[in-house]
Design a protein around this ligand. Structure first.
Ligand code: AMP
Ligand code: ZN
Length: 490
């Protein structure tokens, strides 16, 4: 019997007890449009979805997880105008659309691995499912939900009574906005199911259809792929909060109009990662990727922990300082795990009891800030037997995915200066010569200050180093032992 989980359902705007209809639980996540690298904002959404999946698994469910690859049809404007992002990306890179799709898909898959995101069971590509999309549009046409304009086949939203319900749209204000870029559409909310190839230029990706040569609309792609791999009603459908208003509203309308069945039971949306300056957008070309984090010599999993500093339903502001702080926390968490052989059989009941606050947090709509705080409490508790503690961390890490039991590889070096100063440097990663010189210089000044009883200067240096996560211990033989974290900032 799986454990009880509560999830916030965008459809009802309420936290609900999760009761799936399928075994395994069907879970569909809108995937990347592969015209560029994923930015860390996109990755925040996939981390939240991964935590959701791990929580379901830990609660005793089996999960069938689908993430699609959008490799055609996502236009630069939600109003069904503008260029296809893929064709535009191919021009930018001077490659074929197929080549950039393959390249950015493989980069995306690597990002998931680097962030310990469990790979989905199925990765459908939109371009492999054109016939399913055409069939769905044919069904909608048969039922009278479509009309034709000079540039495509459109869904008539006025025929779908509950169109405004999901996103809580106000029909009055929508009508007021109808003057904007309507083209031949009958209503501003109508959307393209099939677009005709332009007559003035040749597209790289286009297909025959009963209505003419062209390509599918972005929304129909997800409806067709979701229905091909998961039975209706789909238990869970996720994405970023930007999808509520248009993409998911349209997925619901066309799927329910075509099948007459409920499309999805639980809708979960992750809030955005923002920069101080505002939104991070892939289309701007000015964004932070996981590779930028690696280049800054910060462990990529520190970003996963950084995402746990806010609830998935609240916006999170990115800063390098915040990420650096998460890198230190990750290192501290790992160093607090007792280094003991986990050979003893431990009663599951004992682990469950100690991890009760942790599980209460994750099963309460994935409250990761609370879950991480519960783990700190457990690690700080000296009364817990080290073997039991390590077993608890191992269980918690099945949800956290932070490699908390990773062996800390330490680099150690003993230096004796010509002035007789003895320093032992212990670091989590190999130090650059500049870092080494800077640290040694500071320790020398501190030692000299102590010898001349200038404790203000000595303490100031200790605090400065402490601010960088560097700790100092004065050993009885006069050696200064200095422990340095994996990434020394600045
Ligand atoms: P895309 O590749 O642009 O289709 O987006 C992939 C996923 O990332 C979608 O679920 C989006 O809703 C989500 N997303 C886009 N930008 C952000 C952001 N800044 N923060 C969090 N999620 C985002
Ligand atoms: Zn989608």
């Amino acid at each position: 019997m799986p454990r009880t989980i509560y999830l916030y359902n965008t459809a009802s705007r309420n936290k609900e007890q999760f009761e799936p209809v399928h075994d395994p639980v069907g879970m569909y996540c809108c995937g990347p449009t592969v015209y560029n690298f994923a930015h860390i904002g996109n990755l925040r959404t996939y981390i939240f979805e991964d935590v959701l999946k791990r929580v379901l698994l830990s609660a005793g469910y089996k999960v069938k997880h689908v993430i699609n690859i959008t490799d055609v049809g996502h236009l630069t404007s939600d109003a069904d105008t503008g260029e296809d992002k893929m064709e535009k990306g191919a021009q930018r890179e001077g490659k074929t659309v197929w080549d950039i799709a393959e390249f950015f898909t493989s980069r995306f898959s690597q990002n998931l691995k680097d962030l310990n995101i469990i790979q989905p069971d199925i990765w459908p590509k939109a371009t492999d499912h054109i016939s399913q999309m055409i069939d769905l549009v044919k069904e909608l046409e048969k039922k009278g939900y479509t009309y034709r304009t000079s540039d495509g086949i459109y869904f008539d939203t006025s025929r779908f009574d509950s169109y405004c319900k999901f996103a809580r749209l106000n029909p009055e204000s929508l009508r007021a906005g109808e003057r904007v870029e309507m083209g031949e559409k009958r209503s501003a909310t109508d959307f393209a199911l099939w677009k005709f190839s332009p007559t003035d230029k040749k597209r790289q990706m286009e297909w025959q259809s009963p209505w003419g040569v062209g390509f599918p609309g972005w929304h129909i792609e997800c409806s067709a792929m979701a229905q091909k791999y998961l039975s209706l009603p789909i238990d869970i459908h996720c994405g970023g909060s930007d999808h509520i208003r248009v993409h998911h509203t349209n997925e619901i309308a066309q799927s329910e109009a075509a099948t007459g069945k409920q499309f999805v039971r639980y809708w979960l949306h992750g809030e955005f990662l923002v920069l101080d300056k505002g939104k991070m957008a892939k289309s701007d070309g000015n964004f932070i990727t996981l590779d930028s984090i690696k280049e800054a010599q910060i462990p990529q999993l520190a970003y996963r922990l950084f995402c746990f500093t806010a609830h998935y339903r609240t916006p999170l502001t990115f800063s390098w300082e915040g990420l650096q702080a998460s890198a230190h926390s990750l290192q501290n968490l790992r160093s607090m795990v007792p280094d003991v052989d986990n050979c003893r059989q431990i009663d599951n009941g004992v682990i469950e009891k100690l991890l009760h606050p942790f599980y209460m947090a994750v099963y309460d709509d994935l409250n990761m800030p609370r879950a991480v705080a519960a783990l700190w409490d457990l690690l700080r508790d000296r009364a817990i037997d080290p073997v039991v503690k390590r077993a608890c961390v191992s269980c918690a890490d099945e949800i956290l995915g932070l490699d908390l039991l990773l062996e800390q590889r330490k680099f150690s070096e003993e230096l004796i200066g010509s002035d007789g100063v003895k320093i032992k440097l212990i670091s989590e990663s190999r130090l650059s010569d500049t870092d080494k010189i800077n640290i040694v210089e500071k320790i020398r000044i501190r030692k000299a200050a102590r010898e001349s009883r200038d404790f203000t200067t000595a303490d100031r240096i200790r605090d400065e180093l402490g601010g960088l996560g560097i700790t100092i211990k004065d050993l009885p033989d006069g050696t200064t032992e200095c422990t340095i974290p994996a990434s020394v900032p600045g």
